[in-house]
Design a protein around this ligand. Structure first.
Ligand code: ADP
Ligand code: ZN
Length: 719
């Protein structure tokens, strides 16, 4: 983008919108739009989607037309813009004739910069003609998932937008949504006829959430995990797939003496409302619920979300898990995984994707029953229909079959006063099933998609890398790094190999010489391994154990690394093995020896060694040399370092709060508590140094880190 355009954009951002900077993701989107690209922006609610089209609207020459189905919110948006002195208007069914005329007048005169339009309005010729005479610089489609039949909120009027775009002279288009699976994305791109679109996913990371997948053998193990997590995190939500399990887990919690409530669709409205209120108001610590629980739940201090069973999709999982830690403080999201639980999801899958043969049998049954009833209606419950159709017919599949038939206009269903059962009437008794308007290929496609969703969440459950990164990769957010705090990251921390400092190289060479010396000699003079790993480690540490023989005690390397603790020694040996400096012979009593590479490093023939120093190079007294020099403090050191809230921590937290206000972002999006602790421990005085810490990226570099670093600098000077 030209420098001038950039400057102008920044000026508008400051002066008209009063924001200092764009958020990460927003910047990429705005640049793409200003460069005239078709753009699809996928951001979570609150991520700041409006600015993605409002800012370009003011920088471009001409009118920006914003399509939104949320008529009720249009007025607020327009009022907000007008109060900033921006020429904006809206056209929708909620306004009076007077107002409509006024907006159209503004449109004609070319004063308007931003016009909000409800999608059905494009069907009106008068309006469309007027719009076609205006110079439309950008078409923005908000809530773009409404374009997809597979989204949760399909709006047929949205399908016209591709044609609308054409009639408006093919302006660049930006589509925005918070939820978009692969399919929905494809639908949006196709329906809006986007050309080589820039697809930008951003803002989905939740740095304060610690994800965890706990493989569990069965119920007992699950309850044990729950017990632990509840003891550690106290307040939270436990999701179960079935009502039965909700009640089982609820009963267990009650027996443990935990203050819990239950929530599922089988309870009465009053019971559910009571549970919900009790939990939201904080009178209950835990709610055990099916996925019926959660719409609009925003108790901020939910400290954990446990999934007792694997849910049906990654999307559902992330949405439910995401109810933890809304306040930005640390929280835990744990999936209790047992492969057998997939049966429940398969059952749901079959229920929502019945075979066409079942729908046909259902239709024929209804035609038959209605034909023989005097009223032309049948009053059978879904369960009764299922049992008439066969012994193992899934009632949920029958329910779905009824919806398919209703959709095709073949039947109608109505309530019977005072009864839960509905009355069903066939509207097309003379039509054979084959003539009904049922789109079999669409149903097949939906079934295939639903199946892929289950496969995806199964892959997640079996994955081994960083949990957060896996999910962000799944959503298509590029450039995410391992989170450093999920169970996978903690078990196998990310590769952090780097060049060794002189001191580290020294330790390494001592260890290697020790391993070389702790060996026997073959008759031809070559060495052969005769000791195992722990004997050699004890020798290096100078342990006084009786297990160390004369030979080992007599070596010149005995006690040469007495400074290292046992744990550090283990970390060193692990790191040496990881990069192939040492090898084990295998078998019951594996013997340790150097590899060729190990030999060369020991002799100083190989100097450029890059390896992890995690766990074996540590600064023993951080208060003496608090500043980071290279990698002298390691990640595990940071994690295990004192978590007490020092003065510095408090100062940094105050700055975080300030930045949070400034950018209108929750504190955790500025920096997680773990990142603040890492800042306290590492005390980086340069941005470069701070970037070693997980959770800071290019956006932080510019907007967050300078403020933190100046606090740290001031602090170090005080010291
Ligand atoms: P969304 O439509 O994605 O849910 P909004 O566009 O309503 O989100 O923005 C959410 C909030 O974030 C608004 O209060 C908005 O003013 C604020 N916001 C958006 N972008 C920025 C920014 N770059 N700097 C500061 N605040 C911002
Ligand atoms: Zn991770």
């Amino acid at each position: 983008m030209a420098e001038e355009t950039q400057k102008n954009m920044e000026k508008v951002l400051r002066e008209q919108f009063g924001h200092n900077a764009l958020r990460p993701g927003q910047d990429t989107v705005v640049v793409a739009v200003l460069e005239g690209k078709d753009t699809l922006a996928i951001m979570p609610t609150g991520g700041g989607k409006s600015l993605c089209y409002q800012l370009p609207a003011l920088c471009l020459d001409g009118l920006t037309v914003v399509v939104s189905p949320l008529i009720a919110l249009m007025k607020d948006q327009v009022d907000g813009l007008q109060s900033k002195g921006i020429q904006a208007g809206a056209v929708n069914s909620m306004q009076g004739v007077e107002e409509y005329r006024r907006v159209m007048q503004q449109l004609r005169s070319g004063e308007l910069k931003i016009l909000y339009v409800a999608p059905e309005r494009f069907a009106q010729d008068g309006f469309m003609r007027q719009l076609m005479e205006s110079r439309v610089a950008l078409l923005a489609v908000d809530e773009a998932h409404c374009l997809s039949q597979w989204g949760h909120d399909f709006r047929p009027e949205y399908l016209r937008l591709g044609r609308v775009r054409e009639r408006l002279g093919d302006p660049p288009v930006i589509a925005l949504t918070a939820t978009a699976t692969e399919v929905v994305r494809e639908d949006i791109v196709a329906a809006l006829r986007m050309k080589e679109p820039a697809i930008i996913v951003s803002g989905f990371a939740r740095p304060n959430l610690r994800f965890r997948i706990s493989p569990c053998e069965g119920k007992r193990e699950k309850l044990m995990r729950i017990r632990r997590t509840v003891a550690e995190w106290k307040k939270g939500i436990i999701y179960c797939s079935t009502r039965k399990n909700v009640m089982n887990v609820y009963t267990e919690l009650k027996e443990m003496g935990v203050n819990a409530v239950a929530y599922h669709a089988g309870m009465t409205d009053e019971e559910r409302e009571f549970s919900q209120n009790t939990f939201i108001s904080g009178q209950a610590d835990i709610v055990v619920a099916t996925n019926a629980f959660g719409m609009g739940i925003d108790r901020p201090d939910v400290r954990f979300v446990i999934h007792y069973e694997i849910p049906g999709s990654v999307e559902a999982y992330y949405q439910e898990a995401g109810r933890a830690g809304r306040d930005g403080e640390e929280a835990c999201c744990e999936l209790l995984f047992n492969h057998a639980d997939l049966k429940t999801q398969e059952f749901f899958y079959e229920g929502s994707n019945p075979p066409l043969s079942l729908v046909r049998s259902l239709y024929n049954l209804l035609v038959l029953l209605c034909g023989s009833s005097t009223s032309g209606e049948v009053q059978l419950s879904v369960d009764e229909m299922a049992s008439r159709l066969g012994r193992d017919v899934n009632p949920m599949g029958v329910g779905t079959g009824l919806s398919i038939l209703m959709h095709a206009g073949a039947i109608s269903r109505s309530d019977i006063p005072g009864s839960k059962t509905k009355s069903t009437r066939v509207l097309t008794p003379n039509l054979p099933f084959a003539s009904l308007e049922i789109d079999a290929s669409a149903l097949n496609e939906k079934a295939a998609r639903d199946h892929r969703k289950i496969e995806s969440i199964t892959r997640y459950a079996y994955s081994s890398g960083c949990r957060q990164k896996w999910i962000l990769d799944y959503f298509g957010e590029v450039g995410s790094k391992p989170c450093g705090q999920c169970d996978a990251c903690l078990a196998a921390p990310p590769d952090d190999a780097h060049e060794l400092s002189e001191a580290a190289l020294n330790i390494l060479r001592k260890a290697l010489s020790g391993i070389a010396r702790a060996s026997g000699r073959n008759p031809d003079g070559t060495r052969r391994p005769i000791y195992g790993r722990s004997k050699i480690m004890d020798m290096l540490r100078g342990a006084k154990k009786a297990t160390l023989n004369e030979h080992l005690r007599g070596l010149s390397t005995y006690g040469i690394l007495a400074d290292l603790t046992e744990q550090e020694m283990r970390a060193l040996f692990r790191a040496m093995q990881d990069i192939g400096l040492i090898k084990s012979s295998g078998g019951n009593m594996p013997l340790l020896s150097l590899t060729d590479l190990g030999n060369r490093v020991m002799k100083g023939q190989e100097k450029n060694i890059s390896m992890s120093t995690r766990g074996w190079v540590q600064e023993k007294k951080p208060s003496v040399s608090p500043r980071i020099n290279g990698a002298s403090r390691t990640f595990s050191a940071i994690l295990s370092a004192t978590q007490e809230k020092t003065e510095l921590y408090k100062e940094l937290a105050a700055v975080r709060m300030e930045l949070s206000r400034q950018f209108h972002l929750p504190p955790y999006r500025i920096a997680s508590n773990a990142s603040l602790h890492a800042l306290v421990n590492l005390r980086p005085t340069t941005i470069q140094g701070a970037l070693r810490i997980k959770g800071f990226g290019s956006w932080s570099c510019e907007h967050v880190l300078p403020a933190f670093i100046s606090v740290i600098q001031a602090h170090c000077e005080d010291d």
